[in-house]
Design a protein around this ligand. Structure first.
Ligand code: AP5
Ligand code: ZN
Length: 208
């Protein structure tokens, strides 16, 4: 399947992408992780890192390039997470891939702030935790690989506020874009990760 997961920062796109990859054996295409993996990257538009630390969007040509390359390697399908984030990226994607469905994870603003400020990530294997909602077995240590967990630089309250406004202004309008194409499935993103996965999986199955 070719799945697009859309939703605000902290909606659980990364968390649920993992389930999709395990279940369907597709590629996880995530511009956020790709940019973080390359944190000293320099481009003619500046350092992506600096846009990210301010909570702003990285210039389109940089992320479009990441996505084209990843799509060309995703023969068994993909789950796209964190892309597209504005109208121009959505048009670009339209020219390069067909989608089976677009799943929107819906979560209230208050919950998003709690999730993001409490998130901890493994710098080695990328697994995501939450200090309260999804803690590792040993505080501060990755269950999967034993590395010390860290907080993302853009998970401070100030940057989270900026990311949420950038989402409202640039990315939220894409919901209508995909609704008009008949691709959109709304999923309640507020339950436990397992509850959300149950609903998301049903939405995927019904669209395939
Ligand atoms: P990116 O890395 O894509 O971040 P994001 O979209 O802001 O999304 P997040 O990763 O913050 O949230 P998520 O929905 O994946 O939630 P998660 O599963 O981790 O982008 C970062 C930056 O890169 C951007 O600001 C921009 O600068 C740049 N960038 C990236 N793509 C770009 C693009 N296309 N164009 C331009 N710039 C781009 O969950 C969050 C927390 O909640 C975790 O702690 C998790 O454990 C917990 N949690 C998850 N599900 C639940 C649940 N059901 N109940 C309770 N807790 C839960
Ligand atoms: Zn790890």
């Amino acid at each position: 399947p070719r799945i697009l997961l859309i939703g605000p920062p902290g909606a659980g796109k990364g968390t649920q992408s993992k389930n999709i990859v395990e279940t369907y054996g597709v590629e996880h295409i995530t511009t956020g992780d790709a940019l973080r993996a390359n944190k000293d990257m320099e481009t003619e538009y500046g350092k992506p890192r600096e846009f990210m630390d301010r909570g702003e969007l990285v210039p389109d040509p940089v992320v479009n390039e990441i996505v084209v390359t990843a799509l060309s390697e995703a023969d068994e399908g993909f789950v796209l997470d964190g892309y597209p984030r504005n109208g121009s990226q959505a048009e670009f994607l339209d020219d390069h891939a067909d989608l089976d469905l677009v799943a929107l994870l819906e979560v209230s603003r208050e919950e998003l702030v709690d999730r993001l400020t409490g998130r901890r990530v493994c710098p080695e294997c990328g697994t995501t935790y939450h200090v309260e909602f999804n803690p590792p077995e040993t505080t501060g240590v990755c269950d999967e690989c034993g590395s010390q967990l860290v907080q993302r630089d853009d998970d401070t309250e100030e940057t989270v506020t900026e990311r949420l406004s950038v989402y409202e202004e640039n990315t939220a309008p894409l919901v209508e874009f995909y609704e008009e194409r008949g691709l959109l499935r709304r999923v309640d993103g507020e339950g436990t990760p397992d509850e959300v996965w149950h609903d998301l999986r049903q939405a995927i199955e019904s669209a395939l």
